[in-house]
Every structure is written in structure tokens, then in C-alpha cells.
Design a protein around this ligand. Structure first.
Ligand SMILES: [Zn+2]
Length: 136
């Protein structure tokens, strides 16, 4: 189900907790909310829909990918950029990495390791920051 986007920065600045299989329902809510906001949004963290668990969704090509409990394993090729956020107004400067490798649980709770490059990697890093309570 589509959820309302949280804009309370006090709530968003808290660190999200590990997700469990009981949180698998979030995959659907995150995908639905991403779809509803597709004109202005390419990724979401669960706290942006009001749940402080380590779950994100982002567009990988045409497919929305949901990741539970993702961990950044490695990163390479830093660059400076600017990003906006559905929860905030304006854009802010940040450093991102062109290539990252993450491990996570997928929406069937299977362990996955994935290497991302370019824009999907950038979105993933933005959402990872949300899980740590960092807003870019
Ligand atoms: Zn954001």
C-alpha cells in the first residue's frame, strides 16, 4: 500500500534497526510508494514511510529492488555530486562512489551479494545514509 512520505527530520535522523522476516511486508509498501512518487523519486528508505528498519527500495533499470539489512562491503572511485531527497527541499553536496558491493537479504529473505555501478549505486548510497540517520 502507498504510504505518506515522512518529512520530520528528528524522526529521520534516528538510526534504523535491523529488519527481520516479520518486516517482509515492507517490500510491497516501499515498492508501491516508490511507484506513486516515480516522477520525483528513485529510491526510498523504510524510515521515509515511517518504519525505522533497515530496508530500502530503489530503481535498478526498470525494476524496483528491495534490500533488507544491507551492508556496504566495498566501494571504489569517489566523486563529488549533489543530491535531492523526497523528504527534504533543495539539494546538498556529497561524496559518492562509482562502484559499490553490498550484501543483503532480498524480498524472499535470501542472502544476496550485489555489485552496483553508476546511478543505481548512487541511489543505494543515498538510502544507506537514511538508515544511519544521515540526510543528504
Ligand atoms: Zn533521501
Amino acid at each position: 500500500m502507498e504510504k505518506k512520505i515522512v518529512q520530520d527530520t528528528l524522526f529521520l535522523s534516528q538510526v534504523s534497526k535491523a529488519a527481520s522476516q516479520e518486516d517482509l511486508y515492507l517490500a510491497r509498501d516501499l515498492q508501491d510508494t516508490l511507484l506513486e512518487n516515480r516522477e520525483t523519486c528513485v529510491g526510498l528508505a523504510a524510515n521515509m514511510i515511517g518504519v525505522q528498519k533497515r530496508v530500502i527500495v530503489f530503481n535498478l533499470g526498470l525494476v524496483p529492488v528491495v534490500m533488507f539489512n544491507l551492508v556496504l562491503l566495498s566501494f571504489d572511485e569517489p566523486y563529488e555530486t549533489e543530491e535531492g531527497c523526497l523528504s527534504l527541499t533543495g539539494v546538498r553536496p556529497t561524496t559518492r562512489y562509482e562502484t559499490i558491493t553490498v550484501s543483503c537479504r532480498d524480498s524472499k529473505w535470501q542472502k544476496q551479494t550485489m555489485t552496483l555501478k553508476g546511478f543505481p549505486a548512487q541511489i543505494c548510497q543515498h538510502e544507506l545514509d537514511h538508515l544511519e540517520g544521515r540526510m543528504i
